[in-house]
Ligand binder design. Sequence first.
Ligand code: AMP
Length: 264
Amino acid sequence: MRLILLGPPGAGKGTQAQRLVAKHDIIQLSTGDMLRAAVAAGTPVGMQAKEIMASGSLVPDEIVIGIISDRLDQPDMKNGFILDGFPRTVPQAEALDELLKKKHIKLDAVVELRVNESALLQRVESRVAEMRARGEEVRIDDTPEVLTKRLAQYRSMTEPLIHYYSERRKLLTVDGMLTIEQVTREINRILAAIDAADARAAAKKAQAKRARVAKAVKKPAKAAKKASKGAKKAATKVAKPAKGKVARRPVKAAKKVTKKRAKR
Ligand code: AMP
């Protein structure tokens, strides 16, 4: 299963991605997590991304495309993956299309979690409160000011992807305002339908292939039949020469008769 989860910050992409990972034994690729790890490790990419992320802006396309391209080459990807937070711009989506084409990977679906924007701020606030209560470190971009900027970024840069993937008949929209359980159920229902459609298409393809093979086997048999019919016809032609034409054997027979007559 190869999926993209699309939705604004706070839509629940991370939560649903984790559930899909557990159910389908696939890998979650979150560019946000990867960038945060790079920032924590102080890598050159991390150093470039740190300030940008803190301000709620988007990291340059070539950085995230490079991260994803490297990751898709890892052997653990063969079972499938779920992209969470990538692509986030049309050029990223185009680059991803190219990457997948080059790597001969088929994207199964893009699942959009559609949410009511006014509910997002509240969601993120409660996520922050829960994290604080658990004593976890809170993301520096989870403040109301930065969230407002991230939402604006989503609207202008990422929302066009809804049109991009719907044009390519990949988009499936789920109501992200339902409870976590309901959203999971809905995603699973959609993915099961895709699986069933794929299985039907594969069966149809296999049947068409079998029919082609059967036809190819029949063709030589027909050709052989035709050839033997032709040979028979040719033989009859020799045995019964056409009017005015002399066949070889009758010539030989005529010679014999002449010889016999000469002897007499
Ligand atoms: P996230 O955890 O997905 O909310 O991402 C956190 C931050 O990482 C974003 O606000 C961006 O600054 C950066 N980021 C993550 N994914 C991307 C991406 N695909 N393109 C550009 N920036 C990204």
